[in-house]
Design a protein around this ligand. Sequence first.
Ligand code: FAD
Ligand code: UQ1
Length: 417
Amino acid sequence: RQECQVLVVGGGTGGCAMAAKLSSRLGSNKVVVLEPEEKHYYQPMFTLIGGGMKRLDQSHRQMADVLPKKAKWVKEKALEFDPDNNTVSTSGGKTIKYDFLIIATGLQLNYKKIPGLVEALETPGSNVCSIYSPKYVDQVYECLRRTNKGNAIFTFPNCPIKCAGAPQKIAYISEHYFRKMGRRNNVNIIYNTSLPVIFGVKHYAEALMKLIKRRNITLNVQRNLIEVRHRDNIAVFEDLTKPGVHYEETYSMLHVTPPMSAPDVVANCKKLVNPSGFVDVDQMTLQHNKYSNVFSIGDSSSSPNSKTAAAAAAQSPVVFRNVMAVIEGKAPTDIYDGYSSCPIVTGYSSCILAEFDYNLTPVETFPLDQSKERYSMFFMKKELMPLLYWKLMMNGYWNGPSLMRKMFSILKFNKKP
Ligand code: FAD
Ligand code: UQ1
């Protein structure tokens, strides 16, 4: 049995940022981080690894070096939450009692939900790959290098996912790759998405539709991957508008974005979650709707923002201030506006920087039209963001770009002051 003031479950993007902020304010050994993994991955780099622009070993650090020194790391999994008794039991047989709990367990990748997919991903030379897992991301560039004709198919599942732009980023990067290699005339690029639109924010969707047309990419909406028959190179899709209608599509390369969900241990604790299995928090304060000493940050929370590291960054000062308020016996008053951001990489030197809030209204940081493809945004995504992540965010110093945006707008550089 162990006790702590704040227990952070999950030492990924949101959990580590919270542990850094809280342990710096509360002092040593007040914060426990429960996290089973040895390595901390900077997942936004996976898209670039897929395109051969970065290596996998550049995307991770040792968890021990990333988690804050003032917090105590318990290298175990949460097995069961008991919010009525303020305890969490762990894979190592511990029961940790907390005053305050922050759930930051991210999303679980459900590759197994699609029959034939895991076998395909794990068969060498099957031409099936996925940027979403460090286990499979290296296969993406290998697939690109091997493919010189036929259909390169990219999928988007029928559920909320993290970084909803990533499935199309890898399609655009691949299209550019085949063009650079002189193979584009022999390869069809097909983007099959379960969503009814290319992107949820109109401002960017319009730009992306033009790009798709210009670059001759086939877009099929409301088309969901349900099976992979890798021996025949066939991917089976269902038409979400016509129940029972299936399409068997032959691929020479298949990039799969897996179905995702909150991790089972979280989803199974019915007292903590909403009907979809996400931690049931108030979308403004990020405090749990029933348990006032429980908060959630990042992908495992029910707040209806687009799930990104950028969103977790913008949530982190809100969760921090609200946890501190509750610790001091006050009501939480800080509000998260749903900010999320997605640098939609469109090739080997260009990027559209989408930024928006709960209302899907663009909230742009820079005094430029960010729906245009730009090298500056690509450079920021590829070279500056990893630095910002490791040096600032992981040490609790990055609260998202709202301050930068206000600065630009005060200086009247911005289009919308
Ligand atoms: P994570 O960072 O995933 O951390 C969850 C942690 O919880 C993990 O360390 C895990 O080991 C731990 N955990 C899980 N279960 C348990 C348990 N039972 N007990 C204890 N610990 C547990 N975001 C952007 O902002 N910009 C981008 O360009 C971008 N691109 C992306 C591209 C790809 C391919 C991917 C995969 C993601 C991308 N993201 C991007 C999204 C971003 O990585 C996530 O939204 C972010 O990491 C979410 O943070 P989190 O803390 O909620 O979860
Ligand atoms: C961001 O804050 C963030 O989290 C650290 C990302 O993840 C790596 C991003 O991709 C982006 C774009 C932001 C937002 C930052 C700026 C400067 C617009």
